[in-house]
Design a protein around this ligand. Structure first.
Ligand SMILES: NC(=O)c1ccc[n+]([C@@H]2O[C@H](COP(=O)([O-])OP(=O)(O)OC[C@H]3O[C@@H](n4cnc5c(N)ncnc54)[C@H](O)[C@@H]3O)[C@@H](O)[C@H]2O)c1
Length: 333
């Protein structure tokens, strides 16, 4: 007797949703039973290329058809809350794309809804499933960086300009989720400035500062109006600096075994502090590269089996939204 396959549906088959269709249609133990997209040409092309699953013109039709155990929500950001809520109400497990929702209250409400209904609700913070980011988390936890002083992240390029959200809601979920995961804490203060450059009524570029309870400070620069494409994060500490360049396939991580600390004498008097400079190697460690989205999809399947989300659950997703909401509040002042 063959084991029952998990029936998965993908809602939203645009630029990103197509990747879920590709991955889930080729995974053991899974049957991609349905896809939905409001644009006929998109859903027809995607269905034809992936074994012709049932194809629906809206999320509601797919949900009502009752042919799925779980759905991926990869529609545009402004629709997430309504689509996820409808799927949970229908008793489905959900993997939701970022930004989870556009309001923290809605994110927490969905987390409550999933908990009450015994549903799995996971948020697709892809970078938490990136081998380089996992490896950097290992370095931090093992003390390689020493005391973390501060961190910086840059996510810039020309476009892709979204029609429903600003650059912060589109791009910063990646960096905020990485910092929350890497430092294991939520910021206690958020500052931000942003600019509307492309006459679309939304912030196309922003500089965000985060302060964490441990004292770590972090800066995030996001823009879709920048000729320089960057996907970069680095963390400086007392023992080392670790840099992650997602565009560098050969050497995504570099560890600079260099740092500055201060040695305090037994009985300090003014001017007696000595600065200790460490000057060691710059190392590009080997990273076992695996497609992050595949890793995330596999984690979602484990969550469905164990009924518990290991990483990036709805509460974590809500924390990310809370930070983004704090940023947005500062723009409207
Ligand atoms: N995790 C990542 O690294 C990553 C990368 C890219 C995009 N994303 C996220 O994925 C989501 C989709 O992004 P995209 O680039 O694919 O956008 P997109 O505009 O290319 O695709 C969205 C699709 O959803 C469809 N759609 C909208 N409302 C619908 C509904 N009610 N029912 C069915 N279909 C509906 C649209 O027709 C469109 O084809 C966004 O939330 C985005 O932030 C995440």
């Amino acid at each position: 007797v063959s084991e029952q396959k998990i029936r998965i549906g993908v809602i939203g088959c645009g630029h990103w949703g197509k990747n879920y269709v590709r991955l889930f249609s080729g995974m053991p133990g899974v049957e991609l039973t349905a896809i939905a997209d409001t644009e006929a040409a998109k859903r027809q092309a995607v269905a034809a290329a992936h074994g012709n699953p049932r194809s629906f013109a809206s999320h509601s039709e797919l949900i009502a058809a009752g042919v799925c155990d779980a759905v991926v929500v990869a529609t545009v950001a402004s629709t997430h809350y309504a689509v996820i809520s409808e799927a949970l109400r229908a008793g489905l497990d959900v993997l939701a794309e970022k930004p989870f929702t556009l309001k923290a209250s809605e994110a927490n409400e969905l987390a409550d809804q999933a908990e009450k209904g015994g549903r799995v609700l996971m948020v697709a913070h892809t970078f938490l499933f990136n081998s380089s980011v996992r490896q950097i988390k290992g370095y931090l936890d093992a003390g390689v960086v020493g005391d973390v002083y501060y961190a910086k992240a840059r996510r810039t390029h020309l476009g892709l300009v979204r029609q429903d959200v600003n650059a912060v809601w589109d791009l910063a979920p990646h960096d905020v989720s990485m910092f929350l995961y890497l430092f294991g804490e939520k910021p206690c203060a958020v500052q931000a400035v942003g600019r509307r450059l492309l006459r679309n009524g939304r912030e196309d570029a922003a500089f965000i500062n985060l302060v964490f309870p441990s004292g770590i400070i972090a800066n995030i620069c996001v823009s879709w109006a920048d000729a320089n494409k960057e996907r970069f994060l680095d963390i400086s500490g007392s023992r080392a600096r670790v840099a992650f360049d997602d565009l560098n396939v050969q050497e995504p991580i570099r560890i600079y075994h260099k740092g500055i600390t201060v040695e305090s004498p037994a009985e300090p008097t003014f001017g007696e502090f000595k600065y200790l400079l460490r000057d060691g190697d710059i190392v590009s460690p080997k990273v076992a590269v695996k497609e992050p989205l595949r890793q995330l999809c596999e984690d979602f399947l484990s969550a469905l089996a164990t009924r518990s989300v290991r990483l990036s659950d709805a509460r974590f997703g809500a924390q990310v939204v809370e930070v983004l909401e704090d940023v947005q509040t500062q723009f409207s002042r």
